[in-house]
Design a protein around this ligand. Structure first.
Ligand SMILES: Nc1ncnc2c1ncn2[C@@H]1O[C@H](COP(=O)(O)OP(=O)(O)O)[C@@H](O)[C@H]1O
Ligand SMILES: [Mg+2]
Length: 260
């Protein structure tokens, strides 16, 4: 996947302007932490959209605002100014309760630490978000299909402590996917994995995009992880500073060197 340098289409000016064809988007989004001398502009007037069925990597130096972008886009945190849309809903207009309903029904999350519930089986962990959503029912056929694709079909009755790190991460992926979310947000999902397990996880995420049309936004600082994506966007000091389609490992490494 890393050889075809000619596939790169790099834009000098970030052109990821948000329109209605996006499943999620930020418009003129800023997020400020602290006050006075201690003020940090974690997001600075960012406009970006994420298309249905697209796998996007968000990259940038540590502290550049990647997690803040993801948290504000998904309504886990609120913008200081600007708008964050999920579909055509401006999440900044929602109450905390409406937000949590939207997150449960429309969004999936995969974090570096898997946040699995130790006392529950893999199956119970996977169905947890659907079980919490009063109107929703678990699609057991879809769960079986996911478990098969993810290679955890024979581990569903095991508790997290009985699973390997890679298997736990795959349970977390299934849990994120089971409500058929419009978008999955992943914050450094491969950060705690060895390279083999990390490669497997990226293959599963890629499959979810290609075979199920899943939209994924993944924060990563791993060039190999980014090379599995359709698109990479670069963030520095809270601003978008570049983007590329079909990035190769070399493209990404060069851009990272340029930014740091
Ligand atoms: N809750 C917070 N309070 C104060 N500053 C924060 C908070 N969250 C993030 N920041 C600051 O905002 C900037 C961007 O952080 P973050 O989005 O976590 O960066 P990244 O994920 O790219 O490492 C950093 O300078 C960080 O210290
Ligand atoms: Mg981060």
């Amino acid at each position: 996947m890393s050889s075809a340098g000619s596939r790169k289409v790099e834009t000098e000016t970030p052109s990821s302007g948000a329109t209605s064809e996006h499943v999620a988007s930020l418009v003129g989004a800023s997020k400020v932490f602290g006050e006075g001398d201690a003020v940090v502009r974690a997001l600075d007037d960012v406009t970006i959209g994420f298309r249905r069925g697209q796998f996007t990597a968000v990259m940038g130096p540590s502290g550049s605002g990647k997690s803040t972008l993801m948290y504000c886009q998904s309504g886990l945190d609120r913008l200081s100014s600007g708008q964050a849309f999920v579909g055509d809903v401006d999440v900044s207009t929602l109450s905390d309760q409406e937000l949590s309903v939207l997150r449960r029904s429309k969004l999936g999350f995969i974090f570096q630490s898997f946040h699995l519930v130790p006392a529950l089986s893999a199956h119970e962990n996977i169905t947890l978000p659907v079980d919490l959503d009063s109107g929703a029912e678990v699609d057991e056929d879809f769960l079986a299909e996911l478990a098969e694709v993810l290679g955890i079909a024979n581990r569903l009755e095991n508790r997290p402590s009985q699973l390997s790190g890679g298997q736990r991460q795959r349970v977390a992926v299934a849990r994120a996917m089971i409500p058929r979310p419009d978008v999955i947000f992943a914050d450094e999902p491969t950060g705690a994995l060895d390279s083999k397990t990390s490669g497997e996880l990226l293959t599963y995420l890629r499959q979810a995009v290609d075979e199920l049309g899943q939209t994924i936004v993944m924060v990563t600082h791993d060039a190999v992880a980014a090379s599995h994506c359709d698109r990479v966007v670069y963030v520095q000091d809270g601003r978008l500073v570049g983007e590329a389609q079909q990035p190769t490992v070399d493209d990404v490494l060069n851009k990272i060197r340029e930014l740091s």
